[in-house]
Design a protein around this ligand. Structure first.
Ligand SMILES: NC(=O)c1ccc[n+]([C@@H]2O[C@H](COP(=O)([O-])OP(=O)(O)OC[C@H]3O[C@@H](n4cnc5c(N)ncnc54)[C@H](OP(=O)(O)O)[C@@H]3O)[C@@H](O)[C@H]2O)c1
Length: 284
């Protein structure tokens, strides 16, 4: 099986490449030059030319705050280009896995979002990723796709919240971190194993896939600091204390029942994932 992966310089794409290779699959890691998402026709043509059996589309415009200032570029990359890649997959008969986000939901209340709950993004990035979901569904009447919504991503290859917090904790006695946004972290090494299972299957559909159990950003920071043995105090604060250009959802709880129904394993608990991540980055 030949699998084309986008976003291979990013956190998730890097781990997907590693896991697919370890499982003995033939993989093509598309560079930004080969598949520039700001040029959707060129990205589409690369898929048609390489004729993969499956595409795992990890690349995206991920700068959530900057997106508020350049909504058109963000929509082209996350929306239009996803539709173009999906159309090419349909043409060559390839399956497509599209990575989406909890930000497609309004993020209010305290319930766990099911995959078929009403969407309603609260920022430009979320709207663009939802546009990608819709463009893909329109372009692939065969239904040979997976939409996998994830949240709070961390992986060894790239910048993320945990890395930032640990960098600050080296020199600070106290850090203030928001505690009224609740969700689940997603460790790319764990997610990549699930995506490798999915790509070989025909159990298409919309899935939610994060590590198990929920926490606040403050709890996530505290756990990483504790495991690292720093003495830094984490003071929980409300989101209002940290105004950002893009609104963040307060409720990012995603129900993972879709994985059970689809016959896929759930990811391990987030605390277990953070511990393994810290040993992984120790090796760098
Ligand atoms: N990060 C999160 O917390 C989070 C949460 C929910 C969902 N997601 C989704 O999860 C997926 C993976 O996220 P991640 O954290 O691994 O992303 P990331 O580390 O920010 O990497 C993004 C990747 O996309 C590539 N890319 C960006 N703009 C491009 C363009 N115009 N043309 C071609 N390639 C481009 C980047 O290439 P360069 O290295 O060349 O820039 C990089 O390889 C994305 O679909 C994202 O929307 C992420």
């Amino acid at each position: 099986m030949k699998v084309l992966v986008t976003g291979v310089t990013g956190q998730l794409g890097w781990d997907v490449m590693r896991v697919l290779r370890a499982r003995g699959l033939e993989v093509i890691g598309a560079t930004r030059e080969e598949m520039p998402l700001d040029d959707p026709a060129k990205a589409r043509d690369f898929v048609t030319a390489t004729r993969p059996d499956a595409v795992i589309h990890c690349a995206a415009y991920t700068a959530v705050d900057r997106a508020e200032d350049e909504p058109e570029l963000c929509r082209t990359i996350n929306g239009t280009a996803t539709g173009a890649i999906a159309a090419a997959c349909e043409t060559v008969g390839a399956k497509l896995i599209y990575i989406s986000t909890d930000y497609v939901f309004p993020g209010t209340g305290e319930m766990f979002y099911e995959t078929n709950d009403a969407t309603g993004p609260c920022n430009v990035y979320g709207a663009s990723k939802l546009e990608g979901e819709r463009a893909l569904q329109d372009a692939m009447p065969s239904g040979r796709f997976f939409i996998v919504r994830i949240s709070w991503v961390f992986g060894a290859h790239g910048k993320n919240f945990i890395r930032t917090i640990l960098g600050l904790a080296k020199t600070r006695e106290e850090l203030t971190v928001v505690n009224d946004q609740i969700g689940s972290p997603t460790y790319t090494a764990d997610l990549a194993e699930l995506l490798a299972d999915m790509v070989k299957s025909e159990r298409f559909g919309v899935y939610h896939a994060t590590n198990e159990s929920v926490c606040s950003w403050a709890e996530l920071a505290s756990e990483a600091i504790r495991l690292r043995g720093f003495q830094t105090r984490v003071t929980p604060v409300p989101s209002d204390a940290y105004p950002t250009k893009a609104t963040r959802p307060k409720n990012s709880r995603l129900s993972k029942s879709s994985l059970d129904v689809g016959g896929f394993h759930r990811l391990p608990d987030w605390k277990d994932a953070v511990a393994r991540y810290l040993s992984e980055i120790d090796l760098e």
